[in-house]
Design a protein around this ligand. Structure first.
Ligand code: FES
Length: 127
């Protein structure tokens, strides 16, 4: 039911962990399944220089966290904000319909971390 890409990211996740002196932190959860995700980011010159995740959740949530960091790293904040759950699911060669909500958690967490950064840096303009 899971694509080989999902299993690959689940067994060998990219960018797990936490950035100690993070510029932005996002914490999100899904009230239905109880899964939680914490995203930390480092920003330099408007670019997502580093991004890490800690996920307490299902295998799909781990795989979507991992692939989301691959998609977001090196992007401008504006580009990263434009990432959708469909982008995340496509990068994993699809997710079972019942697991699509797990990819929401990844993009919501990323967005929350960027919003936290923007609140701390109101002078920054996204372009
Ligand atoms: Fe909740 Fe996957 S079952 S994030």
């Amino acid at each position: 039911m899971y694509s080989p890409k999902v299993l690959e990211h689940f067994h060998n996740p990219h960018n797990p962990g936490e950035i100690e002196d993070a510029d932005g932190v996002g914490e999100v959860g899904n009230p239905q399944c109880g899964d939680m995700m914490r995203i930390t980011i480092k920003v330099k010159d408007g670019i997502l220089e580093d991004i890490r995740w800690k996920t307490l959740g299902c295998g799909a949530a781990i795989a979507t966290s991992s692939v989301m960091t691959d998609l977001a790293k090196g992007k401008t904040l504006k580009e990263a904000l434009a990432l959708t759950r469909d982008n995340v699911a496509e990068a994993l060669d699809g997710l079972p319909p019942a697991k699509m909500h797990c990819s929401n958690l990844a993009t919501d967490g990323l967005r929350a971390a960027i919003e936290d950064y923007m609140e701390k840096h109101p002078e920054e303009v996204l372009d």
